[in-house]
Design a protein around this ligand. Structure first.
Ligand SMILES: Nc1nc2ccc(CNc3ccc(C(=O)NCCCC(=O)O)cc3)cc2c(=O)[nH]1
Ligand SMILES: N[C@@H]1O[C@H](COP(=O)(O)O)[C@@H](O)[C@H]1O
Length: 202
């Protein structure tokens, strides 16, 4: 399957997807054919360059509305023949127009065990809640933010002297295993999204 990856920053999840899809010993069943960043000059674009993956910057500042940005994003993905889209640290909320066009083919990784700790500071929320276990979630993306059907989760312990930075790092290591696993399940048709947002395993 042809995969498009959307990023906004460092791209360590993009790197994990690149490594997994380019590893001859793994059969992820996917090829990353396009990387799009909504921010220029981020490290994730250099990771794509090093992997010889076509890449593009689409700044939301160049569009008069969220919908126009999303439709330009959609057209780029369609033109590249993308079949599955992965949000890898993409920090723009997508319109329902976009999420409906990619329903069942749009994945995101969230740095907490959803439905706990939705939103942008999930690791900080977990520390403040005093939970002893957190982790990451790879889910289908719906219009309702961080509410899509869950595909893969991986847990990590929260240590006594953890701060946001140490927890971010530990959760990222889990993300780098969970995201390729979830992509493989979808790309090789082991799972699909059911009509009432359930996961159907074949
Ligand atoms: N409709 C839909 N779109 C998404 C876009 C990105 C992510 C990634 N996780 C994210 C979750 C939350 C945010 C957020 O609230 N950012 C601050 C506002 C930025 C802006 O103005 O756009 C960003 C990404 C998830 C979703 C999702 O679940 N549903
Ligand atoms: N959505 C969240 O944004 C971060 C992206 O990191 P990177 O993949 O750009 O390194 C990750 O922690 C991910 O959970």
């Amino acid at each position: 399957k042809r995969v498009g990856v959307l990023i906004s920053g460092s791209g360590t999840n993009l790197q994990a997807l690149i490594d997994a899809t380019q590893d001859p010993l793994q059969d992820v069943g996917a090829e990353i054919v396009l990387v799009i960043s909504n921010k220029p000059r981020v490290e994730g674009l250099r990771r794509a360059e090093r992997a010889n993956i076509p890449r593009k910057v689409l700044s939301h500042k160049n569009f008069n509305s969220r919908l126009q940005f999303d439709m330009a994003l959609h057209q780029e993905l369609v033109n590249a023949g993308v079949e599955i889209v992965c949000l890898a640290g993409f920090m723009r909320i997508l319109t329902g127009e976009f999420t409906r066009k990619w329903k069942g083919r749009l994945l995101n990784v969230h740095p907490a065990l959803l439905p706990l700790f939705k939103g942008v500071d999930a690791q900080k929320q977990a520390l403040e809640a005093g939970v002893r276990i957190s982790g990451c979630t790879v889910h289908f993306v719906e219009e309702d933010v961080d509410a899509g059907a869950i595909i893969v989760q991986e847990s990590v312990p929260i240590e006594v002297n953890d701060n946001v930075d140490t927890l971010v790092e530990r959760i990222k290591a889990a993300e780098h295993k969970a995201f390729p696993k979830a992509l493989q399940l979808l790309a090789t048709d082991k799972i699909k999204l059911g009509s009432d947002n359930n996961i159907i395993w074949s």
